[in-house]
Design a binder for this molecule. Structure first.
Ligand SMILES: *Cc1c(COP(=O)(O)O)cnc(C)c1O
Length: 423
């Protein structure tokens, strides 16, 4: 579907809905940030929760790093372009988005690898306890990593419970409580304040996964009393595909905490080439190998889009976008889909998931029309509303397309049944 056809569909939207969306966009304190992104004009991009959008500033920065710093500077750029300072500079940009101090953040590796390090470190703080508690709605990689750690260290039991029953399973046997803030399927939030408090009441250490929260919600690690946390930067933080993740460790643990992956970049003096390991101060000991300079440089530049943005403003915009989406979907498509995300905005992330028996085909039919969401098996169509660049007008237009796809049965066409590797 080309741009003109797309505009035709959008023009079919209710004039009152469009006017309301227009007013909301005009009043949006983040509206100007959208201009920083290179979104193809024919797309409504509602998948920033899987891969954030590109900014031309990032393209320019990458070109400079590749052509100038790498191509001409070569090895000298570790000093001259301060590549070696990248983890620290990125941590400083990320810190206000998550309510942390820069010294509490290590930017490195994937979320999975950081979770392994964080869980091992947390367990080490409670060596005489045997249980690692988590819930069955957790992201698969989190469950795999927890089981892998338990296999490795032997005397750890991974207890996987229903998400509503987590607090009931907190007792003095629990060494570590690890949860993902936003349920990636439904968008349901765990309450990090009450669960962190409840874990502390029984003496357990918490590890939060904030992959679906960072850059979209009010993440306040200090305010939550969090111990350790991990999160992804290629989703709402727009760092680019596979950009490095982060690991948080609260300052009160800095003297005691140890990483199981003791690499030279986590040493207090990497370039002393000392055969004896001496951990760097603070969270930096969770760095391990050479930082991925291209990805780090992209992330550093991408995070500038958040400069001066309070996370509460991101959360408020995400709530407003998702509220509008739910209201319109129920009004326009209510008989065909079921909204599975929580109704209360303060109980859900920056996403809305809809249930439909043919969810994969519906997702494909929307993508063909330039409305990019994604499918999570068995029966969910998922839409992410990145508050930095999704507009209220996008929401109205997306629902108009969804209503058309469902109302005409367009998703039943055979080409929408084929499945690709990444959904
Ligand atoms: C996206 C996501 C990850 C990503 O893990 P990587 O190892 O960085 O690929 C991890 N956990 C959760 C909850 C996620 O949503």
């Amino acid at each position: 579907m080309d741009r003109a056809e797309r505009t035709d569909v959008a023009a079919g939207a209710d004039a009152g809905d469009l006017a309301e969306a227009h007013a909301a966009d005009a009043a949006d304190p983040l509206a100007a940030r959208r201009a920083r992104f290179a979104l193809p004009p024919e797309l409504i991009y509602l998948d920033g929760n899987s891969l954030g959008a590109l900014q031309p500033d990032v393209t320019r920065r990458l070109r400079e790093v590749v052509e100038h710093e790498w191509g001409e500077g070569l090895i000298r750029s570790w000093n001259d372009a301060d590549w070696v300072g990248l983890p620290r500079r990125v941590a400083a940009r990320l810190a206000p988005l998550v309510g942390a101090d820069p010294s509490e953040l290590a930017v490195a590796d994937s979320t999975s690898a950081n979770l392994f390090k964080a869980l091992a470190a947390a367990r080490r703080l409670r060596p005489d306890r045997r249980v690692l508690l988590t819930d069955e709605s957790n992201f698969p990689t989190d469950l795999y990593v927890a089981h892998g750690l338990a296999d490795l260290i032997g005397d750890l039991e991974v207890r996987v419970v229903h998400p509503a029953a987590v607090a009931d399973h907190l007792d003095a046997s629990v060494a570590v409580l690890t949860l993902t803030h936003v349920d990636y399927r439904t968008g349901r939030l765990h309450d990090p304040v009450s669960l962190t408090h409840a874990a502390h009441e029984v003496g357990a250490v918490t590890v939060w996964d904030l992959s679906h929260s960072t850059g979209a919600l009010d993440v306040d690690l200090h305010g939550w009393g969090a111990d350790l946390a991990v999160g992804c930067t290629y989703k709402y933080c727009n760092g680019g595909p596979g950009s490095p993740a982060y690991l948080y460790v609260a300052e009160r643990w800095h003297e005691q905490v140890a990483t199981p992956v003791r690499g030279w970049f986590g040493h207090t003096r990497p370039f002393a080439f000392d055969p004896e390991y001496a951990p760097a101060a603070g969270a930096e000991r969770f760095l391990d190998g050479t930082p991925p300079v291209l990805s780090m440089a992209a992330l550093e530049t991408a995070l500038a889009a958040f400069d001066g943005v309070d996370p509460t403003v991101l959360a408020a915009k995400a709530a407003a976008l998702t509220d509008r989406f739910i209201e319109l979907v129920e009004r326009r498509c209510g008989d065909d889909v079921e909204v599975v995300s929580p109704r209360r905005a303060d109980r859900r992330g920056a996403q809305v998931s809809l249930r439909h028996a043919d969810a994969h085909a519906v997702t494909q039919a929307l993508i063909e029309r330039g409305v990019i969401g994604d499918h999570r098996p068995p029966d969910l169509v998922r839409f992410g509303f990145a508050p930095l660049y999704v507009s209220h007008r996008d929401v109205v237009e997306a629902v108009e397309h969804l209503a058309a796809v469902l109302g005409t049965g367009a998703y039943l066409r055979p080409e929408f049944q084929a499945r690709r590797t990444v959904t």
